[in-house]
Design a protein around this ligand. Structure first.
Ligand code: FEO
Ligand code: CA
Ligand code: CA
Ligand code: CA
Length: 688
């Protein structure tokens, strides 16, 4: 047996320097082991991955672009054990997207796409469930009966208020209760009853929509669908990512390619039951998976709204109080949401021993969805998204809502009408288990301008490449995209009124602003970052488990970065933090100076609330290989094994000239997204 050492509230490692090397770096005294790579076989009869474009059957291999991830501990007898399951467990992870050029023998074949290539590309998306075990080192268990791949073709069911709604009727489900698959799964949520939430983010990009579609919908009396499709990023003229609809399948009855064409077919039933015009409404949901039952059908939880879902993390649970679920909609100028269940929390539902998807029904299918408004005085309001209240009525001129299902399927339009605060791309959410404070990464926003800054999104046109007194010489700036708007992102945090998850008001401040350490403190490096902790484009965010530590100490908050404005200086990274609390800093004024092409200077000054400089309570823990993003993160209950994901290393290379070889050491090897497990050489808690 081992005992957890009580340690002071301090980070017990030396910061890792920034790096552009094609390697993964961790602090001295730590070991990183590659665990589960793109293409690794999960079933016994599947060959090892050749990694030369010849591999097939991705429905039985690790998918690509590992993202959000949870470790669910198992006891020796295979039942959930969240307290002591430290050497055997299930890793559940998203495969958000693909690095297309490494999946085929040569460069991808242009349209019309060959069926064999498109099948691989589709199946390399989705979710993995794999069993992992710790012997002398960690490894995954090929052939485990728990192993499962969920792909864009896997049957799904709908639950909550939108189930059975007219908007969900397609050829795959004429009554709108079922559907197929999940795609572009980004970030996650870990439910205390033992399920995994995976979140459909940039799903809109996969859909084709031909010219003339709007006219067919309008003639069918469904003109408002055009408003919705445009608001969600599917205007007429889109061809769809990877051109899957251009495949002519050998089996002419197959619809796995044509289902990505959302164009309404003239002559098909107006209710959508005979074509795929409503297929885009089947995506954009939070999907709940029971990882312990490989035969279970994932449920799309429609009460949580339809958007570019990123994180969906549950707030601190308190017996007798209705729990909250915090969510970001990751696109420029979108919103932060909170769902409050109608059902008060019961501690008996934790632990994963019950009927897990039924517990999901209990907490996730009925409640109130809110969208956040951040006020300049440091207060905020959760605005209820409820049909019949305020502008969300059948007589609304922008979008005449029919019912609550219509509101939930079009929450972005509801957020617009309610006057929610447009954020700098909300990504992951995380909740401090000690205080209940919610943190959300705002990764960056190249479209933020000085004229539309606000207290919660106060930076714009601050060129990170320019020294003190930054002036950008054109409007928009003519230099790189990454230098526009809020190029480096920030992390906002809020504290609910009365520390209650069901509160409708909150206070907030900004925990940290991303920035290079060398940039000026007046309008860019507002948090005083230094060489040990400077970062850009925060994305993944996770608090360690209370079980990782003893006593009342706050667990470590882990911050992961995405490809952003800083990748000319360093590859993406993982940082560890011991955060403070809302209000520990000061209110300050940020100046954004812009010189337009006409040489007219405008200055916008935004008062904001800034947390105290993180200093030694924020340190860089890991730097990844070239052209990667550091994504999913979770640990064993004892915190002694930390799992992280490395997404799309070498994403800008070609099959014949890969720009990274990681995790291989062999020159010329194609890079692979992979899960890495990090342990401390003395056996201690990672990070402390
Ligand atoms: Fe898939 Fe917003 O990250
Ligand atoms: Ca992300
Ligand atoms: Ca991102
Ligand atoms: Ca990425």
């Amino acid at each position: 047996t081992t005992t957890v050492t009580v340690r002071p509230i301090a980070l017990g490692f030396n910061a890792v320097p920034k790096s552009l090397a094609d390697q993964l770096s961790v602090p001295a005294g730590y070991t990183a082991t590659v665990l589960y790579r793109l293409g690794d076989p999960i079933a016994n009869n599947v060959a090892a991955y050749a990694n030369n474009g010849s591999d097939t059957n991705f429905a039985q291999r690790a998918g690509d672009h590992h993202d959000g991830m949870t470790y669910f501990g198992l006891a020796d007898n295979g039942i959930p054990d969240y307290q002591t399951g430290n050497t055997r467990g299930l890793l559940v992870m998203n495969h958000e997207n693909i690095t297309q050029q490494y999946l085929h023998a040569g460069l991808p074949t242009p349209a019309p796409r060959p069926e064999s290539e498109a099948i691989k590309e589709i199946e390399a998306h989705g979710v993995s469930v794999i069993e992992v075990r710790r012997g002398t080192t960690w490894s995954y268990v090929q052939g485990s009966s728990f192993n499962r791949r969920i792909t864009p073709n896997t049957p799904m069911s709908f639950s909550g208020p939108v189930r059975g709604n007219a908007l969900l009727r397609t050829r795959y489900s004429t009554d709108g209760t079922q559907g197929r698959g999940t795609i572009n799964n980004c970030a996650n949520g870990t439910m205390p009853w033992g399920t995994y939430l995976t979140n459909e983010e940039n799903w809109a990009g996969y859909f084709r929509r031909n010219a003339g579609d709007a006219a067919v919908r309008t003639a069918a009396g469904r003109a408002k669908e055009n408003t919705s499709l445009t608001r969600y990023g599917i205007p007429e003229g889109r061809t769809g990512n990877y051109g899957w609809t251009t495949v002519t399948p050998a089996d002419s009855s197959s619809t796995i390619f044509s289902r990505w064409n959302a164009t309404a077919q003239a002559g098909a039933p107006a209710d959508g039951s005979g074509d795929f015009r409503h297929e885009p409404f089947q995506f954009g949901w939070v999907v709940e998976i029971d990882p312990f039952d490989p035969n279970s059908t994932p449920r799309k939880r429609t009460a949580l709204g339809r958007m570019n879902h990123e994180g969906c993390e549950i707030g601190r649970t308190v017996a007798g109080v209705r729990p909250a679920f915090y969510m970001g909609d990751d696109a420029q100028n979108e919103y932060i949401y909170k769902f409050v269940s109608n059902t008060a929390w019961s501690d008996a539902d934790a632990g994963g021993q019950g009927n897990r998807l039924a517990l999901g029904d209990k907490y996730l299918d009925a409640g109130t969805l809110y969208v956040a408004r951040f006020d300049a005085n440091g207060n905020g309001t959760w605005l209820p998204i409820v049909f019949g209240q305020g502008p969300l009525t059948a007589s609304n001129a922008t979008y005449p809502f029919e019912d609550q299902a219509d509101v939930l399927a079009n929450v972005r339009i509801a957020g617009d009408l309610l006057g929610a605060t447009r954020m700098d791309r909300p990504e992951w959410t995380a909740v401090n288990p000690q205080t209940g404070e919610m943190y959300c990464t705002l990764t960056n926003n190249s479209s933020r301008t000085p004229a539309n800054t606000d207290a919660a999104n106060p930076r714009a046109y601050t060129d990170p490449k320019l020294p003190q007194g930054d002036v950008v010489n054109a409007d928009p700036p003519t230099n790189a995209q990454a230098t526009r708007g809020n190029a480096n992102g920030h992390i906002i945090r809020l504290r609910e009124a009365g520390d209650r998850s069901d509160a409708t008001t909150f206070t907030w401040d900004i925990y940290a602003f991303g920035s290079g350490a060398d940039l000026n403190a007046q309008n860019i490096n507002l948090s005083g970052l230094d060489a040990t902790n400077d970062f850009s484009s925060p994305d993944g965010l996770w608090f360690g488990l209370r079980s990782n530590i003893t006593g009342q100490a706050t667990p470590v908050m882990w911050i992961e970065t995405d490809d952003g404005a800083y990748t000319d200086v360093t590859n993406c990274m993982l940082l560890a933090a011991i955060p403070g609390t809302v209000g520990d800093g000061a209110t300050r004024t940020v100046s954004n100076t812009l010189t337009t092409a006409a040489n007219v200077t405008t200055t916008s000054q935004t008062a904001t609330r800034i947390g105290k400089a993180p200093g030694a309570s924020l340190k860089r823990f890991l730097v990844g290989p070239k052209e990667c993003e550091i994504t999913g993160i979770y640990s064993t209950p004892d915190g002694r094994s930390l799992f992280i994901n490395v997404q799309h290393p070498g994403e800008n290379g070609s099959p014949t000239a890969p720009s990274s070889n990681w995790p291989s050491q062999t020159p010329g090897a194609r890079p692979r997204s992979a899960t890495v497990v990090i342990t401390k050489d003395d056996g201690g808690v990672v990070g402390l």
